[in-house]
Design a binder for this molecule. Structure first.
Ligand SMILES: *[C@@H]1O[C@H](CO)[C@@H](O)[C@H](O)[C@H]1NC(C)=O
Length: 338
């Protein structure tokens, strides 16, 4: 429970420290490159959180350390000393369903002294009202916004026209809050991120893109996306990640080879939001990538972690048995999610 509420607030609070009054243009590639060059610290206008590597490496580790400190504080006192978000409001726009994201953001805002508005599909972002108009209206009355949208380009537009911080609550392209939370779990369990090998099994989807973003920030992190041919993540992003010269990312198709020496086996549902229609076909294609106890054993690492960003479909992407025996880690990954 403890950390559930913290990550979004940290992101928010750091944004509030550096408020931006100017419009800015957001460009994924520019950010990846600028983070490679560590130029982002020099950009005072950079206050949105749309990709993991909108943070610099130093900012990421600072954020994680702050989260650990706050978690400790919560354990000791059952509350936070500082109401960092006193009197602040966060508008949450959900074009897709959400459980963990809504719960964690809303609870976090409350516990840190602020308030969160939960806006669902009725906002009709990009349909009933143009994205930029939604951006202007929400920004005129709220201190920050979080959005879960389909098209990443809509999120970029929202950020471009918002004078308050925008946090990415998942798009079809990536899911940065999830992966930063997962990084915290790994840090807690393994005491380090450097030199850790993470093997993702399944579809090269938005989760994988944020893993790549993280890999571009962490020295010697090894990230392997083990997916069926034809389901690889964005190649440009993969190349840019490796060009950063910190972590190493690769694609493999053979699960038994990929998982050797893994510290973490990570998976996601085989058909995520919006893809349920082609389910039958996908079940067949992804069957060899199911995380079973045999897969866990094939890592050769007795302390390997199993993580899932959830919601899980037990018996599909992971054995129900695996899910139960490693239940601790499933709980961990959703406890800290987002
Ligand atoms: C792939 O990633 C690059 C770099 O992040 C981005 O500019 C591009 O739009 C992405 N392509 C797709 C289809 O999402």
């Amino acid at each position: 429970m403890a950390f559930v509420v913290k990550l979004p607030c940290l992101l928010l609070s750091s944004s509030f420290v550096h408020p931006c009054s100017k419009k800015k243009t957001t460009n994924v590639r520019k950010y990846i490159l600028s983070s490679c060059l560590d130029a982002s610290l020099e950009d005072p206008n950079k206050h949105h959180f749309l990709h993991v590597n909108d943070l610099t490496s130093a900012q990421l580790f600072h954020l994680l350390q702050t989260a650990l400190d706050m978690k400790q504080q919560w354990k000791q006192n059952g509350k936070y000393q500082e109401k960092w978000l006193d009197g602040k409001t966060l508008a949450m726009i959900f074009a897709k369903p959400s459980a963990r994201t809504r719960i964690s953001f809303e609870t976090g805002m409350y516990l840190l002294g602020g308030h969160a508005l939960c806006l669902g599909e009725e906002v009709g972002i990009g349909k009933r009202e143009a994205v930029k108009d939604v951006a202007r209206v929400v920004a005129s009355m709220n201190d920050a916004m979080m959005a879960r949208l389909y098209a990443h380009s809509d999120l970029l537009e929202l950020a471009r026209f918002s004078k308050v911080p925008v946090i990415n609550g998942l798009t079809d392209y990536n899911h940065p809050c999830q992966i930063v939370a997962d990084a915290l779990t790994i840090l807690e369990e393994k005491k380090r991120l450097h030199g850790i090998k993470v093997v993702y099994m399944g579809d090269g989807n938005n989760i994988v893109h944020s893993w790549l973003e993280l890999t571009s920030l962490v020295q010697d992190l090894e990230f392997v996306c083990c997916c069926p041919p034809g389901y690889e993540p964005n190649k440009t992003l993969l190349d840019l990640t490796n060009r950063c010269g910190r972590g190493k990312a690769s694609i493999q198709h053979d699960p038994w080879k990929a998982v050797v020496n893994a510290d973490v086996i990570y998976t996601d549902v085989w058909a995520s939001m919006g893809q349920k229609s082609s389910l039958e076909q996908r079940l067949e294609i992804f069957a060899p990538y199911r995380v079973t106890l045999d897969v866990m054993k094939a890592t050769g690492n007795p302390s390997v972690l199993f993580m899932h960003c959830l919601p899980a479909e037990r018996g599909r992407e992971c054995d129900d048995q695996n899910a139960r025996t490693k239940c601790h880690f499933i709980i961990l990954s959703w406890t800290v999610a987002e």
